[in-house]
Design a protein around this ligand. Structure first.
Ligand code: BDR
Ligand code: CA
Length: 327
């Protein structure tokens, strides 16, 4: 199988780190660049974390810094109670590394790579969508130049995680998200409808760390332990048996094993203001001409993951992480 070339747009973040290591461990994924954004941490910290995580596994992958604030609304405070102030569960210390950031902006990097390899690159975006919306402004032909876009974000039927209706990545930059949903790419949304169905237990991360005995998997285990503490305060079953939702991981699992998901499609718009800010609204009746503006038949269709084979995802994750991927 020829590996899929991916630009990983991310705000690491604990589940972003889980997803990154899965991508680096999986033979079907070739991460050609990591574009960072604000979100779980500042963009500077996000880039520092991406450089650190890749250095720990001896992978020299371009890392860029991107947008540091939402397009229109004022920025929200980073959720240090979920990911730690450093985004990786408040690491006590970091080993010295030498990897340096690529001087281009994240949006410019996306545009450059898409132009260099038209139709080859899949963009996996698991943070607020400012880099992607900016790249779209720089290069309006981007939807034709990218092979596919997969985002972790949004929710349709499942309650939100920052309000009853909104998911964090979309809420953090709703205007950027609306620009992404209304552009004509091949777009798949991996949202809370599926990420809340898959619990990754802390014990699995311990098993992975014990198996490899490597600084990278020890770091991941530490970060996930912090992240699980947040989730144990939220859900009773996670207090009894520590575990978490590794949201961003599912975007990569969808990339390599789409058969584990059931999809619906429809046009999606994002509420940009008011108490519903960040809500992802899907038109499930595209054949109706609604009187409300903004829902015309021109609206591109988004594939939305609505159901998932959770045991299948967990088996793939475990098998991949226990494989011989670390040097
Ligand atoms: C999303 O928000 C972030 O906190 C996570 O990294 C994930 O991308 C889940 O709502
Ligand atoms: Ca994220």
């Amino acid at each position: 199988m020829t590996p899929r070339k991916v630009i990983y747009d991310t705000d690491p973040g604990v589940d972003d780190a889980i997803a990154l290591y899965f991508a680096l461990a999986h033979p079907g994924i070739d991460v050609v660049g990591i574009t960072t954004t604000f979100g779980n941490v500042s963009v500077a910290q996000a880039a520092t974390n991406a450089l650190y995580l890749t250095a720990l596994v001896n992978r020299d992958i371009a890392v860029t810094r991107g947008v540091k604030a939402p397009w229109v609304k004022p920025g929200e405070a980073p959720p240090d109670f979920i990911h730690g102030a450093d985004g990786l569960g408040n690491l006590a210390r970091r080993v010295a590394t030498t990897h340096q950031v690529d001087p281009r902006t994240s949006a410019q990097f996306i545009v450059d790579e898409a132009r260099l390899q038209p139709g080859e690159i899949t963009l996996v975006a698991v943070g607020p969508l400012g880099n992607l919306s900016l790249a779209l402004k720089l290069e309006p032909e981007l939807p034709k130049l990218l092979r596919e876009v997969i985002i972790m974000g949004g929710t349709i039927d499942e309650p939100g995680n920052v309000s009853p209706v909104a998911e964090a990545n979309i809420w953090n930059d709703p205007h950027a998200a609306d620009a992404v949903f209304t552009a004509p790419w091949k777009l798949t949304m991996v949202g809370l409808d599926v990420t809340h169905r898959v619990v990754t237990e802390l014990a699995l991360f311990k098993k992975i760390a014990d198996h490899h005995r490597h600084v990278a998997t020890d770091t991941l285990h530490h970060a996930v332990a912090f992240y699980c503490t947040f989730y144990s305060g939220l859900h009773k079953h996670l207090a009894l048996n520590p575990g978490c939702f590794a949201h961003d991981l599912l975007a990569f699992i969808y990339l390599v094993s789409p058969e584990l998901f059931q999809l619906e499609n429809g046009g999606i718009r994002v509420a940009t203001d008011g108490v519903g800010q960040g809500q992802t609204m899907m038109n499930r009746r595209g054949y109706i001409d609604y009187p409300q503006a903004g829902w015309g038949r021109h609206l591109p269709l988004t594939n939305v993951c609505m159901q998932v084979d959770a045991p299948g995802c967990l088996a793939l994750f475990e098998q991949t992480m226990l494989s011989d991927w670390l040097t």
